[in-house]
Design a protein around this ligand. Structure first.
Ligand code: CUA
Length: 176
């Protein structure tokens, strides 16, 4: 019995070796791929331009209606409403809790102890603006409110036991 198994194994290994030998020796033979190659090179060429143009169109189409106002010098000359914000474990302090629509609001946001996330939500709890509240830094967030209402400030960064309780209210009044 053992001899039979031994023999079958040997034959199997020999067959496998033969297959390997066949594949390796044949892989040296050059094949004529030029017609296939040319066809696919032409296709690759077209594909490249298609992808490049597609990328540019998608980038423009999605960036032009970019929903966030510019965060840099664009508003330097405007008198914007300034709100100083500080995140604490576990509450927010804000220099004012009332702003008006249509005029840019500049939130200057920092953290007093650990990292917090300053998230501004509208009445349907849809996030309308957010920025990190980090100790040692003051981040500027510029937002223009279109709709009056009672907005809510929630913490967007897990900051300890009562992270979920960091809720403040921001009143947005219609500009007169
Ligand atoms: Cu503060 Cu989470």
């Amino acid at each position: 019995m053992q001899t039979t198994v031994w023999f079958i194994t040997l034959v199997g290994v020999a067959l496998l070796a033969a297959v390997f030998y066949y594949v390796i020796s044949n892989s040296q033979t050059p094949e004529d791929y030029s017609s296939v190659q040319q066809k696919w090179y032409r296709f690759r060429h077209k594909w490249f331009y298609f992808i490049a143009i597609f990328g540019i169109v998608v980038t423009l189409a999605t960036l032009i209606p970019f929903p966030l106002p510019s965060q840099d010098a664009a508003y330097a000359g405007e008198d914007y409403q300034v709100v100083d914000v500080s995140g604490h474990q576990w509450y927010w302090t804000m220099s004012t809790d009332t702003v008006v629509t249509g005029k840019p609001v500049a939130f200057y946001v920092t953290g007093a102890d650990v990292n917090h996330g300053f998230g501004v939500y509208d009445e349907n709890l849809k996030l309308v603006a957010q920025v990190q509240a980090m100790p040692g830094y003051t981040n500027k967030l510029i937002h223009i409110f279109d709709q009056p209402g009672k907005y809510r400030i929630l913490c967007l960064e897990y900051c300890g036991l009562a992270h979920h309780a960091m809720i403040a209210e921001l009143k947005v009044e219609a500009a007169s």
